[in-house]
Design a protein around this ligand. Structure first.
Ligand code: 5AD
Ligand code: SF4
Length: 407
């Protein structure tokens, strides 16, 4: 979402003839898109403020803006460190904020209407909704990005069509909770079907999903396949029902596992990842063991494991953060070990198979990419294959990467 924010800001700035600077020290304007989800990201802002202060001693023209996901308390804390604080919903006003006589040359509309300046030439983030109504007790997003607003399907389709026309190979449909997308006429499943019908060679991915809203209709739509890739990130957050209740998640582990079972039945071989928080306030060793059990039972392909950190203003911040950091680290390690085993088990089965890989990065002639199942695959090539979909035979498997040879 931060990348998507930055792409929109770049577009607004281009409309008033700003150009990207090669180095921070050469910039006349620095816009920081902040993320409040974890404290570590917030802490980095202090370092940036100090850096900007030094830059301003040699570059008197430099102006700085803070935007993105900012909560009230941080807003007050960082106000003095930046020339301007701009709400993410108001980024189209940046031209006027910088110079009241300046107005954006194009009619930029609302946040979601702004055509972004895409940072990649082959993979694009297309926000379909923004904000969140869920108030998971640990999460700052509903405070930082406000309530859910969905973008009309017509606009999403027009943006994707334009991207595909321009050769984009991977389209990420983005939102804090994509499964609750509704534009008055269409739900998420309808939108997915419409995007799937757009002609061209491209892959569809989406994030984030919420197990309470991820329903049979979406499963059936994913099962159509076509451009919809067989990969799903379904954040469980915890494997314990009591912890889930305290997190305000509105599902049980039984519900969650049923959904995974249906997915695997309808889409054989689908890759599944999850987000997990370890050390939520009051999480006992026994409750954590339920999360470890969930990992062993589901056998994830990938997991994003987070150590709980209290976020001011959220309901959980009022609870006693009683799990020691060392214990959180231990729990993270236990889950990582299980994940390594399950992921390796799955990856080994891919040895000898041929897969399509969208190459998205290179270091010399080592190229990296993702297959349809969102597995990271490394290949060697003397030709520049960045941004291409290539056929690869898998030769080696590790827990989080596969090696292959271009066919
Ligand atoms: N502490 C730790 N992890 C968090 N996440 C969100 N809020 C917190 C928090 N306070 C994690 C969740 C979410 C991911 C984006 O970040 O797992 O899915
Ligand atoms: Fe945060 Fe929960 Fe909303 Fe996700 S669904 S953004 S975790 S409040």
């Amino acid at each position: 979402m931060n990348i998507s924010d930055a792409e929109r800001i770049a577009s607004v700035l281009e409309s008033i003839k700003y150009k990207p600077a090669l180095k921070m020290s050469e910039a006349d304007l620095i816009v920081v898109t902040m993320c409040s989800v974890r404290q570590s990201a917030v802490d980095r802002i202090h370092g940036l403020i100090e850096k900007f202060r030094k830059l301003k001693t040699t570059n008197h023209k430099l102006q700085t803006i803070l935007t993105g996901c900012i909560i009230k308390k941080d807003r007050i804390k960082f106000e003095k460190g930046f020339d301007y604080l701009v709400d993410i919903k108001d980024i189209k006003k940046i031209p006027e904020i910088l110079n009241p006589s300046l107005r954006a040359k194009r009619n930029l509309g609302n946040y979601l209407d702004i055509t972004p300046k895409y940072s990649s030439k082959f993979s694009a983030n297309v926000p379909i909704m923004t904000g969140c109504n869920n108030f998971c007790s640990y999460c700052v997003v509903p405070y930082a990005r406000d309530r859910e607003v969905s973008r009309p399907a017509k606009e999403v389709i027009a943006e994707v069509k334009n991207l595909v026309r321009n050769g984009y190979k991977e389209i990420w449909l983005l939102g804090q909770n994509v499964n609750s997308y509704k534009d008055g006429k269409n739900n998420f499943s309808n939108l997915l079907k419409m995007v799937n019908k757009i002609p061209g060679e491209f892959w569809i991915r989406f994030t984030s999903s919420h197990p309470k809203d991820f329903n049979d209709e979406v499963i059936n739509t994913m099962a159509i396949g076509g451009k919809i890739t067989p990969y799903l990130n379904l954040p469980a957050q915890s494997g314990d029902n009591k912890v889930l209740k305290s997190m305000n998640r509105h599902y049980t582990i039984k519900d969650y596992k049923n959904k995974i079972e249906k997915l695997r039945e309808k889409i054989p071989g689908i890759a599944i990842s999850t987000d997990i928080i370890v050390g939520f306030p009051g999480e006992t060793k026994k409750q954590f063991e339920n999360t470890a059990k969930l990992f062993r039972d589901v056998k994830y392909d990938m997991a994003y494991i987070n150590k709980y950190s209290p976020r001011i203003g959220t309901a959980a911040a009022k609870l006693n953060d009683n799990v020691l950091w060392e214990e959180k680290k231990r729990r993270e390690k236990v889950l990582t070990e299980i994940l390594k085993q399950t992921a390796l088990g799955k990856n080994k089965k891919l040895i000898g198979k041929d897969v399509d890989v969208l190459i998205n990065e290179n270091r010399g002639n080592n190229y990296f990419g993702k297959d349809k199942h969102y597995k990271t695959i490394k290949v060697k090539s003397d030709k520049n294959i960045l941004g291409k979909i290539v056929k690869v035979k898998i030769t080696e498997a590790q827990p989080f990467t596969l090696k292959g040879e271009i066919m």
